[in-house]
Design a protein around this ligand. Structure first.
Ligand SMILES: [Mg+2]
Length: 230
């Protein structure tokens, strides 16, 4: 095992459980709007949210449109166009910012890695949501630096995002840096293209049907631990 100095961690669905956070934020916001939560409503939201993020990533929707448009489409799809999408969005993001649910075992692992490695979070997400979630989860101070795409105007896998991150950590040798993340495109392709090592945190045990090849692949926290700690 090569010796690394820096581990860059993706946040959502690598350290923090985003699915649980979304469930928390959506169900609370629906309740505040007196709309009963059902898993079919949640599925409708997921599909629309995913379509809107793809439109944003492909340049077909601006960031400010993305923020409320997904709720406008969702509320219209469930027959509740009477509810203001902007107020829904505000409440949803407020709730999401409180939802710092860790994936089981990840906090212990971070505490154990801290003595041996320098740690950073590299996350694609909204600025008013991500930092409060890390604070709420009690992990904020475990990291030397935290990079949030929305704050810098670049997102993974863009090379500008990685260049910005390297500036923040004073340009270590690339061979001393590894990124760990669940997303083959943003985390692994981004890291590969930048020339650092990559570790695919494939806890959902998905087939890799892409051309993207991670240097390492782990399927759970124990495998991740044994990759970095003897
Ligand atoms: Mg992720």
């Amino acid at each position: 095992m090569q010796s690394y100095e820096w581990i860059l961690f993706d946040a959502d669905n690598t350290l923090l459980d985003f699915d649980e956070a979304e469930l928390f934020a959506l169900s609370h916001t629906l309740k505040e709007k007196s709309i009963p939560y059902t898993s079919s409503l949640h599925q409708t939201y997921k599909v629309i949210n995913h379509q809107c993020w793809s439109a944003f990533e492909n340049g077909k929707m601006t960031k400010s449109e993305l923020r409320w448009k997904r709720f406008e489409l969702f509320l219209s799809a469930i027959g509740r166009s009477d509810v203001s999408p902007k107020s829904f969005e505000e409440q949803y993001l407020g709730r999401l910012s409180e939802a710092g649910f860790m994936i089981e075992g990840s906090q212990n692992l971070l505490e154990d890695l801290q003595g041996t490695y320098r740690l950073a979070i590299v996350t694609n997400g909204l600025k008013e949501v991500q930092r409060p979630r890390f604070r709420q989860a009690g992990i904020y101070d475990l990291f030397d630096t935290i990079i949030v795409s929305d704050e810098i105007g670049f997102a993974k896998p863009s090379q500008d995002f990685f260049q910005y991150t390297f500036e923040q950590i004073n340009f270590p040798e690339k061979k001393k840096v590894v990124i760990v993340g669940d997303n083959l495109n943003s985390d692994i392709k981004g890291g590969n293209n930048y020339g650092i090592s990559t570790c695919w945190y494939n806890y959902r045990q998905k087939e890799n049907d892409t051309e993207i090849q991670p240097k390492y692949e782990v399927k759970n926290m124990d495998e991740l631990r044994s990759l970095f700690l003897v």
